[in-house]
Design a protein around this ligand. Structure first.
Ligand code: NAD
Ligand code: UDP
Length: 316
């Protein structure tokens, strides 16, 4: 396989949960330079504590909706900049639409100018509330274009469209990863997503808040597995979307029990109204990732959850 050794990468959204892990992994794999570009709207400088002393690392604190001037060669542009939690994008609705459109265009223009590979962080939300299960890349999805999730879902769908347009019309080398629910250290404690929410509640001995009856399903991928998939995709020649996620599906109720057990605490399960537009089921079909990238997840929930809980113990 190709390698990252000696390569220079720009990571839009590099101070976020996934972006900061990506910066760290790029450096660990021998990249010559890594530049994180982030306006910290949902990111955190503390996420970069482990990489900021590395001379090969730089942070540009700016909005990627503004042009992003980078000097010198660039081999990869990773576009991860976007609010990602439903609670975040409900508040940051216009920012989400703007970064998904203008920010993505800037990532593509940067890649075009530098003759770099551009990798777009897309999402399982492309499939909306899916009627095909598990979700295969060829499924067009069931997305509500006016619902509360639309600012995110439609921005990400536009993102895939503009990526493909730059590939077809301007010959930019592009990759699209459709990321399914990923968890791990450095998720923001109060970002509202189910993993930090349940873990924080369990560690504080509070009740765990299940939305709806908890029968909706998700499939949780540990961050290290996701990064391995993303890097394999970046280094491949695959230009069509590839799902990366863990196909082990469970109900949110089962997940709440798993968190309580792993955290060794927590109160009752309490039920609150299901937010409108909340997908009822989600599980990636990873046949393409297996065939094209030789990738599949290795880290089980029994291993990844305790590591995540340890991190949250340290920040509570
Ligand atoms: P995150 O909120 O931790 O990270 C996003 C980062 O982007 C933050 O650091 C934020 O400050 C930055 N950002 C947002 N708007 C910006 C702007 N205009 N200019 C510069 N920086 C900006 O979220 P995450 O979970 O790390 O998600 C990263 C990417 O992966 C997102 O694009 C998200 O849509 C995608 N994704 C994540 C998941 C998941 O489960 N974590 C699932 C599907 C897709
Ligand atoms: N959820 C929940 N309780 C919470 C937070 C989330 O039951 O405190 C549910 C949410 O309704 C959804 C699932 O957990 O069905 C995953 O939510 P998350 O926000 O993490 O991501 P989503 O996959 O919905 O984008």
């Amino acid at each position: 396989m190709n390698s990252l050794r000696g390569k220079r990468a720009v990571v839009f959204g590099g101070a976020g949960f996934l972006g900061s892990h990506l910066c760290e992994r790029l450096l660990a794999d021998g990249a010559e330079g890594v530049i994180a570009v982030d306006n910290l709207v949902t990111g955190n400088l503390k996420n970069l504590d482990d990489v900021k002393r590395d001379a090969r690392f730089d942070l540009m604190q700016q909005d990627v909706c503004q042009p992003v001037p980078i000097t010198g060669p660039v081999d990869f542009v990773f576009n991860l900049a976007s609010p990602a939690s439903p609670k975040d994008y409900e508040v940051l609705w216009l920012e989400t639409l703007r970064v998904g459109s203008l920010g993505t265009q800037h990532a593509l223009e940067l890649a075009e100018n530098k003759k770099a590979v551009m990798l777009q962080a897309s999402t399982s939300e492309i499939y909306g509330d899916p009627l095909v299960h598990p979700q295969v890349e060829s499924y067009f999805g069931n997305v509500d274009s006016t619902g509360p999730r639309a600012v995110y879902d439609e921005a990400k769908r536009y993102g895939e469209a503009i990526v493909q347009a730059f590939r077809r019309k301007r010959n930019v080398a592009t990759r699209i990863v459709r990321i399914f629910n990923t968890y791990g250290p450095r998720m923001r404690l109060n970002d509202g997503r189910v993993v930090p929410q349940f873990v924080a509640q369990a560690l504080r001995g509070e009740d765990l808040t299940l939305y709806g009856d908890g029968s909706q399903t998700r499939s949780f991928c540990f961050v290290d597995d996701l990064l391995e998939g993303i890097l394999r995709l970046a280094l491949s020649n695959e230009q069509d979307p590839v799902n990366i996620g863990n196909p082990r599906e469970q109900t949110i109720r089962e997940f709440a029990e798993a968190v309580k057990q792993a955290a060794g605490g927590g109160g009752k399960l309490v039920f609150e109204p299901l937010p409108p537009g909340d997908p009822k089921q989600r599980k990636p079909d990873i046949s393409r990732a297996r065939a094209i990238l030789g990738w599949e997840p290795k880290i089980t929930l029994e291993v990844g959850l305790p590591r995540t809980i340890d991190y949250f113990r340290g920040v509570l």
